[in-house]
Design a protein around this ligand. Structure first.
Ligand SMILES: [Zn+2]
Ligand SMILES: [Zn+2]
Length: 276
């Protein structure tokens, strides 16, 4: 890693349905890379807590399995600053699942995500349907409304990948942007700032040349200009090869946007580290 404090705060082990590397392998890779802090954050899709179309059994079991493995890895890798996280997807689509997942487990870091709006498929799958601009705008309106409700609920530390829908919904040939929705983006930023929640820079696509560039530089500059100072960085790796991918570039992006520090959460409290 080029930066002394380079840390990856968003990653998945094979406890997640889409994870491909064991937690041990991920920890070993984190050590090899020399990450300053490393956070595991397996999925908990709250709307599929008891049942999931992928595996049938739901995230109830995933949460428990991941917690036990994180506990074990803390003992097995004492030289690694391993933090225990969770990616809570759609918490308000099943608040009792979110509560159950968080109760009795002292997470260091809770990521709040929205992969699908209520009653709709994951944006990942909607992207395959060739939607009209009208339908995209309607989905984005609901996306921003649900995020605002999630911030008022407040049971998370950092808002993950705000540009997630743009990865999949942008029309071919167009540049992904939230044009026409910037007032909603600003409302989200001011609520995050007011609620002392962080904004995550998801670095998973920063180095990829085969996908359109997302408007993260502009969005983070705006968030900083509005007074936002809490930012977290995560490569959202689902296998060892992707761990910390784009983190160094993400740290540079944040510096360009005006930030001097970023946050790593320990015991649900931000530890501020210099972007160096
Ligand atoms: Zn996610
Ligand atoms: Zn993730």
């Amino acid at each position: 890693m080029k930066h002394r404090y380079a840390s990856d705060c968003h990653s998945h082990s094979d406890c997640s349905f889409d994870g491909r590397s064991s937690m041990n392998a991920m920890c070993e890779r984190a050590l090899e890379l020399g990450l300053f802090y490393y956070t595991v954050s397996d999925h908990c899709e709250c709307n599929e807590y008891k049942y999931t179309e992928y595996r049938g059994t739901g995230y109830h079991g995933v949460v428990r399995k991941a917690w036990a493995q994180m506990d074990q890895c803390r003992k097995d890798y004492p030289q690694l600053r391993l933090l225990r996280g969770i990616e809570l997807g759609q918490p308000l689509q099943n608040p009792s699942a979110a509560e159950d997942a968080l109760t009795g487990r002292e997470y260091d870091f809770v990521i709040g995500s929205l992969h699908n709006v209520a009653g709709e498929k994951d944006f990942y799958h909607l992207g395959e349907e060739g939607l009209s601009q009208e339908r995209i705008d309607a989905l984005l309106n609901r996306y921003f409304d649900e995020i605002l409700a999630m911030i008022s609920w407040g049971g998370f530390d950092s808002l993950a990948h705000i540009t997630y829908p743009l990865r999949y919904l942008s029309l071919p040939g167009s540049t992904p942007s939230f044009a026409g929705h910037m007032e909603q983006v600003k409302a989200i930023f001011s609520e995050l700032i007011r609620g002392e929640k962080a904004l995550e820079l998801n670095t998973s696509r920063l180095l990829r040349q085969d996908v359109p560039r997302l408007p993260d530089p502009e969005l983070f500059a705006l968030y900083h200009e509005m007074g936002g100072r809490l930012v977290t960085l995560g490569a959202d790796a689902h296998c060892t090869e992707d761990l910390a991918q784009g983190i160094d570039e993400g740290m540079e992006l944040l510096k360009q946007a005006g930030f001097t520090e970023f946050a790593v959460y320990q015991n649900r409290t931000p530890v501020m580290l210099p972007l160096e």
